[in-house]
Write a protein that binds this ligand. Structure first.
Ligand code: GAP
Length: 427
């Protein structure tokens, strides 16, 4: 994790938030490479969940919702962690994680546990009183439930169907940590699938498999993924059955995505509290019911960490250490690097022409700084799958070398054939 952390800083993936002021705990900023990679993860999820399906619609709901939403959803009452304070050094710990009766930091005496709500509070409007209290959403899911009828009507979907959303969520975690694994501001990719209550087993199985395969299809090693079924005492207040997809992080096996059978809990409660009918009428069976919901809930930041950890690889090449991110091309922040072998003989001009041509098709990076070997290493470290190099032979026959990140093999390709070839290789 230390090596990855340092690579992320060095190569512009992730920085501590407000670093010049000493940083702020559990909040992170994404740099040029990080933001590209994050976008690629979200695009891949969005494509698989909406574009490639005709039974899922997308939405983008507001982060701040009516405070009643959180009362109804049970978050005001139940979205808590047990907290203990050290009477001596004043540090705070999650009671379910700290050991014994004494402080893990200084050995001081701990207070009795009390429940701490994880939602961030704010106020709407100029007056800060009880009536103006609002919350930053701790999950994106509620924005989907309250829009169930709004989406159902115009989309003309029929149950079973789903609604997908990607967006920020906020949790005032007591013990964040492990880099971006647990932070206080993060993004979720959530999909709520509305079904007939009798079909919950079938759809639960279906989505567990679909979501597991999503990670495999994007190159995550199978041996690093597993399921964990929640025991009754682990279940969230809204869930009847839940599975986590877990990843084998350097620090432990940990949850990266949750698949939950939320039953009719959310729609029933919102229906009762708002007085609006959130039931569904099936034209064919003439049956009216409140749909059950199978939820798939993944973290963007946590997925990004998984892709980085899984891809990080060190090897020795001709007596030198090579660090390479073997990222799936869909996830890699840059797809093609374009390099002149040396900065003379018209090579930079040709390389720049190629760069300006290729950038219409792929995210490219032009680099003419330093020895070519060092430039390849820099690209390896950010996981760029291909590098195009203009050399002296280019001047004679209009060909360039195309280097493969993983094998380091180079082939000669005609400049005019580059776009189609790279497209084919990236597909
Ligand atoms: N709507 C259901 C829900 O929010 P969750 O298991 O609490 O379920 C789902 O969260 C996913 O969101 C987690 O698997 C994780 O990927 C991500 N997540 C949750 N809390 C996080 C945090 N503090 N930092 C980063 N990601 C987090």
């Amino acid at each position: 994790m230390d090596k990855l952390n340092s690579l992320c800083k060095r190569r512009g993936f992730i920085f501590q938030s407000s670093e010049i002021y000493g940083g702020i705990n559990a909040l992170w900023d994404y740099g040029p490479m990080g933001v590209e990679m994050k976008k690629n993860i979200k695009d891949s999820w969005w494509e698989s969940m909406t574009q490639l399906r005709d039974d899922i619609e997308g939405i983008d709901a507001a982060i701040i919702m009516h405070p009643k939403v959180w009362e109804t959803s049970g978050h005001i009452q139940n979205f808590t962690d047990p907290l203990v304070d050290c009477k001596k050094c004043k540090q705070r710990f999650r009671a379910d994680q700290s050991v014994g009766k004494s402080c893990p930091n200084c050995g001081g005496e701990l207070t009795d546990p009390r429940q701490f709500n994880l939602m961030f509070k704010t106020h709407i409007g100029p007056v800060e009183d009880e009536a103006s209290v609002a919350f930053l959403r701790p999950e994106t899911a509620q924005g989907i439930y309250v829009n169930f009828q709004n989406v159902l009507g115009p989309s003309r979907q029929k149950v079973p169907f789903g609604i997908a959303q990607i967006g920020k969520a906020f949790r005032n975690e007591i013990s964040p940590g492990n880099f971006i694994f647990r932070s206080r501001e993060f993004e979720q990719m959530e999909m709520q699938f509305f079904i007939h209550p009798k079909e919950d087993k079938k759809w639960m199985e279906y989505w567990i498999k679909e979501r597991f395969d999503w990670y495999l299809n994007l190159g995550i090693k199978k041996e690093n993924l597993r399921f964990h079924q929640h025991e009754h005492k682990e279940l969230a207040h809204y869930a009847k059955e839940a599975y986590d997809i877990e990843y084998n992080f350097p620090f432990a096996w940990k949850e990266i995505e949750g698949i939950h059978n939320r039953t009719d809990f959310d729609l029933s409660r919102h229906s009762q509290a708002s007085g609006k009918d959130l039931s569904y009428f099936d034209d064919q069976t003439k049956e009216r019911f409140i749909p059950y919901i199978i939820e798939t809930s993944a973290g963007v930041d946590r997925s990004l960490l998984v892709f980085l950890v899984d891809a990080y690889h060190e090897e020795e090449v001709r007596g030198e250490k090579r660090v390479v991110l073997n990222l799936h091309p869909k996830i890699a922040p840059v797809k093609v690097a374009v390099l002149p072998l040396v900065n003379r003989d018209n090579m930079p001009e040709i390389a720049l022409r190629i760069f300006h041509d290729l950038k219409h098709y792929f995210k490219c990076f032009y680099d003419d700084g330093g020895a070519v070997g060092r430039r390849y290493r820099r690209q390896d470290e950010i996981g760029t799958p291909y590098a195009v190099t203009v050399d002296s032979q280019t001047l004679q026959d209009e060909t360039v070398t195309l280097r493969d990140r993983d094998t380091m093999e180079q082939i000669r390709v005609k400049i005019g054939e580059l776009v189609e070839l790279v497209k084919k290789k990236l597909a």
